[in-house]
Design a protein around this ligand. Structure first.
Ligand code: ATP
Length: 591
C-alpha cells in the first residue's frame, strides 16, 4: 500500500522533529505559557465572585454588592480575554515559523525523491502529504492547538480551585474522572487506526483522480476510460464510508462524555448539599463548586473534541516528519564509480547498456514486461517499436534508470545500476520522455539547466544542431525570452527541441529517447528526426520509435509485443522476414 512505502515517523521521532523546530522560539513560547496561566487563573474569578455574592445576598447584601460583583466579573473577563489573546498570538509566533520550516524541509525532500520512488509510493501519497497533511497540521495549529492548551490550563486551575474550596468537593468532582477516562479508553484505540485509514483512503482517492485527469486521453484511447471511472468511484466510496464510520464513532464518544459530566455534577451538588446541611460549607461555597465544575464542561469537551483533531494532526505530522527525516537526495557522489568510470571511458563512444530478465508490474496492475533481455552495445543505436501499450515506454524508463523493474538486472558498462547509484546512472544516461517540461525562465535558463557553464557559443551550437536556431532567433528577446507558465508559449515540438538541445549540452554517453510529439510527415517531425539524429551521433542510443521513420536509420530494431521481444534485426531484415514489423511498417506506410 502506498502509505507504507514512504516513511512515517514514530511518535518519539515526531516529537523530536517538533521540538527541534520549536526550541528556537523560546521567547514567544514563554510568553504564551505565562499568558495562558494568567487567563486560566482569571477564569476562576467569576464563579468565585458569584458564590460569594450568594452568601452576601443571603446575609442581607445590597444592590451595591451586586454591582461590585458584576464589575469584578467584567474586569476579570476582560483581562482573561486579553491574556488569552496574547497567549494565542505568542503561540502563533512560535509555531507558524516552525511549521513553515517543516513544510520547506518536506518539499525539499519531495523534490529530491527519485522518480521511481514516487512511482512506487504513488503520486497521490506524496501529494496528500504535501497537501492534505500540511493543511491538517496548519489548521490544527491555527485553532485546535491553542484551544487545547487553553482548555487544559483552565481544567488544571479549576480542579485546584475546586479542591481549595473544600477537599470533599474536589473529591466529588474527581469522581467524574474515571468516566472520562473510560470514554477516552473506548475512543483512542478506535480513533487512531480509523483516522489513519481515512487519510489513506483520501490519498488513494486523490491518486485515482490525479491519474485519471493526467492520463485521460491515454485511458480513453486504450479503452480504459470506464474501468478507470469505476476505480475512482470505488475509491471515493471507500473514502466516504470511512468518514461516515469516523462520524459514528464520534457520536458514541460524545454520549460517553455527557455521562461523565452528569455523574460529576450530581456528585458535586450532592456533596455541596450535605456540607451545607452539616454546616461545613456555605451555600455560596457550594454554588461556587457547582459553577466551577460546570465551568469544566467547556474545557473538558474542548480537549476531548479537539483530541481527535490533534490526534489526526499528530498522524499527519508523523507523515511529514517521516519525509523530513529522510536523508537528503541519495545517489553517488562525484568520487564514486560513476565518475571514475566516465573519466576512464571519456575517450570512447558511448557505454554498453544491458537489461536482462526484466519483468515489470505497475502497482496493482498486470505484468507489462515479461522477461525482456536487451543489449545495446557501445555506440549502437537500437530502435524499440511495437503497438500502443506494448511496453516500450516502460522499458525505456527501466533502461534509463527512472523506474526500478519488479525483477531483472541492469548494467551500464558492465557494472550494475546499484553500483552506479541513482545519480551515477543519471550522470551517464540522458532520457527524453513524451512529457517535456518547459521551465519558467528564459530559453537560456532552460538550456543551462543541463550545463551551467555553457557559454553563448555552446548554446547557439546546440540550438543549431537541434534545428532550433530559427525560431529562437525569432523570439522577441532571443535566448533571453522568458518562456514557460508566465512567458512566451512554445509549441510542443519547440519544447521537445529545447529538451534535445539540453541533452546535447548535458553530453551524456547514453541517450534514451521516447518522444512522440510530432505527427508523422509534418515539418516538425522532420526537424525533430534531424535533431534526434544529431544528438544520437556518437552515443549509445535506445530510441522508442513512435514514428517508424525513426526506426529505419537504427542499427537494430527490436519489436515488442505485449511486453515481450518478438523480433530483432535491421529494417531490411525485418521486412524480409515478413513478420510483425513488416505488418507494422505496411500499415504505417499506408497511413
Ligand atoms: N504509470 C503507470 N501505471 C500503471 N500502468 C501503466 C503505467 N504506465 C504504463 N502503464 C501500462 O503499462 C502498459 C505498457 O505501457 P507503455 O506506456 O510502456 O506502452 P508503450 O508501448 O510505450 O505505449 P505507447 O506507444 O502508447 O506509449 C500499458 O498497459 C499501460 O497501460
Amino acid at each position: 500500500m502506498s502509505s507504507t512505502i514512504l516513511p512515517i515517523a514514530s511518535r518519539r521521532e515526531t516529537v523530536r522533529v517538533a521540538w527541534t523546530l520549536l526550541r528556537e522560539r523560546r521567547l514567544p513560547l514563554t510568553i504564551a505559557t505565562v499568558a495562558f496561566a494568567a487567563s486560566g487563573f482569571l477564569g476562576l474569578v467569576p464563579p468565585w465572585v458569584l458564590g460569594d455574592l450568594v452568601d452576601t445576598v443571603g446575609d442581607g447584601g445590597t444592590a451595591a454588592d451586586v454591582v461590585r460583583a458584576a464589575s469584578i466579573i467584567a474586569a476579570a473577563a476582560l483581562a482573561g480575554a486579553l491574556c488569552a489573546g496574547l497567549a494565542v498570538a505568542a503561540l502563533g509566533q512560535a509555531v507558524v515559523p516552525a511549521l513553515a520550516r517543516l513544510r520547506e524541509e518536506v518539499v525539499a525532500r519531495v523534490l529530491g525523491l527519485e522518480p521511481d520512488r514516487i512511482e512506487e509510493a504513488g503520486a497521490g501519497d506524496v501529494l496528500s502529504r504535501v497537501g492534505d497533511d500540511v493543511r491538517t497540521v496548519t489548521n490544527t495549529l491555527d485553532e485546535a492547538v491553542p484551544y487545547t492548551v487553553e482548555s487544559s490550563v483552565a481544567i488544571g486551575f479549576t480542579a485546584v480551585g475546586l479542591a481549595a474550596l473544600d477537599w470533599r468537593l474536589g473529591l466529588a468532582g474527581l469522581c467524574a474522572l474515571p468516566f472520562y477516562v473510560l470514554g477516552l479508553r473506548w475512543y483512542l484505540p478506535r480513533s487512531a487506526p480509523l483516522y489513519r485509514e481515512e487519510r489513506i483512503a483520501q490519498g488513494e482517492r486523490a491518486e485515482a483522480l490525479l491519474t485519471g485527469v493526467h492520463s485521460a486521453q491515454t485511458l480513453r484511447a486504450l479503452g480504459y476510460g470506464e474501468a478507470w471511472q469505476e476505480q475512482v468511484a470505488v475509491r471515493s466510496w471507500r473514502a466516504a464510508t470511512v468518514s461516515i464510520t469516523v462520524f459514528r464513532m464520534l457520536t458514541r464518544f460524545f454520549a460517553r462524555t455527557n455521562r461523565a459530566e452528569l455523574v460529576g455534577l450530581l456528585l458535586v451538588l450532592g456533596t455541596g448539599f450535605v456540607l451545607v446541611r452539616d454546616g461545613a460549607a456555605t451555600v455560596g461555597a457550594a454554588t461556587t463548586a457547582a459553577l466551577f465544575f460546570h465551568r469544566l464542561f467547556g474545557p473538558i469537551g474542548g480537549v476531548l473534541t479537539t483530541f481527535d483533531q490533534v490526534q489526526s494532526a499528530g498522524a499527519s505530522l508523523a507523515r511529514l516528519a517521516g519525509l523530513a527525516l529522510m536523508p537528503e537526495a541519495d545517489g553517488a557522489e562525484p568520487d564514486d564509480p560513476a565518475s571514475a568510470r566516465s573519466a576512464a571511458r571519456a575517450d570512447q563512444t558511448g557505454l554498453a547498456l544491458d537489461v536482462a530478465g526484466i519483468h515489470h508490474r505497475y502497482r496493482d496492475g498486470d505484468e507489462v514486461l515479461h522477461d525482456v533481455t536487451l543489449r545495446v552495445a557501445a555506440g549502437e543505436r537500437v530502435a524499440l517499436v511495437g503497438a500502443t501499450g506494448a511496453g516500450k515506454s516502460t522499458l525505456a524508463l527501466v533502461a534509463a534508470g527512472h523506474l526500478v523493474p519488479s525483477a531483472g538486472a541492469r548494467t551500464l558498462d558492465g557494472a550494475a545500476y546499484d553500483e552506479w547509484g541513482a545519480r551515477g546512472v543519471r550522470s551517464q544516461v540522458a532520457l527524453v520522455t513524451q512529457q517535456v517540461h518547459v521551465f519558467a525562465g528564459t530559453v537560456r535558463d532552460n538550456l543551462t539547466l543541463a550545463a551551467e557553464d555553457a557559454d553563448d557559443e555552446a548554446l547557439h551550437d546546440a540550438l543549431r544542431r537541434t534545428r532550433s536556431s530559427g525560431w529562437v532567433a525569432a523570439l522577441p528577446d532571443g535566448l533571453d525570452t522568458v518562456v514557460g507558465a508566465h512567458g512566451h508559449t512554445l509549441t510542443p515540438a519547440q519544447a521537445q527541441q529545447l529538451a534535445l538541445a539540453r541533452i546535447l549540452l548535458a553530453d551524456r554517453p547514453v541517450v534514451v529517447l521516447d518522444e512522440a510529439t510530432a505527427e508523422a510527415g509534418s515539418s516538425g517531425a522532420r526537424q525533430l528526426d534531424e535533431a534526434a539524429t544529431e544528438i544520437l551521433q556518437g552515443r549509445t542510443a535506445l530510441v522508442v520509435a513512435h514514428r517508424l521513420t525513426q526506426a529505419v536509420r537504427a542499427d537494430r530494431i527490436v519489436v515488442l509485443d505485449r511486453g515481450a521481444i518478438v523480433e530483432e534485426g535491421t529494417h531490411d531484415e525485418l521486412l524480409a522476414r515478413d513478420g510483425q514489423y513488416a505488418r507494422l511498417w505496411a500499415s504505417w506506410s499506408q497511413s
